[in-house]
Design a binder for this molecule. Structure first.
Ligand SMILES: *[C@@H]1O[C@H](CO)[C@@H](O)[C@H](O)[C@H]1NC(C)=O
Ligand SMILES: *[C@@H]1O[C@H](CO)[C@@H](O)[C@H](O)[C@H]1NC(C)=O
Ligand SMILES: *[C@@H]1O[C@H](CO)[C@@H](O)[C@H](O)[C@H]1NC(C)=O
Length: 166
């Protein structure tokens, strides 16, 4: 009886995922714009990922560590890497694409959980990306003209994310 209930529950979750066109992975897609050239932004993000590489450096109760950079794909137009959550060691794949426009640098960021059951991620995929711009100081609007655009429909639990924790 209980097993039947679980099956019905899983079925409903699968239907919900299909209906909302999300997959069974939590993920986040966002766009940042800056009023500085992309090489400045790229440089600061790489430095932040290097600074937050070691998983042992994570301040207790936060996820501001455990980043790796895929050096083979690290070019002026792209950064790929991973973030591993410190407690459960869940791996999230990250990618950021850089594009210079006239006086504007546009960055398209994407983070997705490798674990298939991570439908609700408490905003972790959002924070994986956002922590890099806040940690490096790129969120300073006066200095970098920072803007961020995303939405709950393309970024799991974006509006309820607590990046001081994740
Ligand atoms: C970061 O740490 C991982 C091990 O957790 C390592 O494999 C990787 O090479 C390190 N450095 C960078 C730049 O990703
Ligand atoms: C953007 O332009 C700068 C020079 O102004 C260049 O160094 C950088 O590689 C360019 N980045 C991209 C993503 O085109
Ligand atoms: C943001 O940048 C401006 C200009 O560089 C600087 O004066 C200001 O102190 C910065 N704000 C923060 C919170 O770092």
């Amino acid at each position: 009886m209980a097993a039947k209930g679980i099956l019905v529950g899983l079925f409903l979750i699968a239907c919900w995922a299909v209906v909302t066109r999300s997959t069974l992975h939590a993920s986040c897609k966002l766009t940042w714009t800056f009023t500085v050239p992309c090489d400045t932004v790229h440089d600061l993000i790489i430095k932040q990922m290097e600074k937050w590489n070691s998983s042992s450096l994570c301040p207790t109760g936060t996820e501001k560590c455990g980043y790796t950079i895929d050096s083979a794909t690290n070019t002026a137009t792209e950064i790929k890497g991973t973030h591993t959550t410190p407690v459960h060691h869940y791996v999230d794949d990250l990618s950021m694409g850089f594009e210079n426009d006239t006086k504007i640098c546009t960055v398209k960021g994407y983070s997705t959980s490798e674990v298939i059951y991570a439908i609700f991620d408490k905003g972790t995929n959002y924070c994986n990306l956002h922590n890099l711009v806040s940690g490096s100081g790129l969120t300073n609007t006066t200095r970098y003209g920072f803007k961020e655009v995303t939405h709950d429909s393309v970024c799991t639990q974006y509006s309820s994310a607590d990046c001081s924790k994740y």
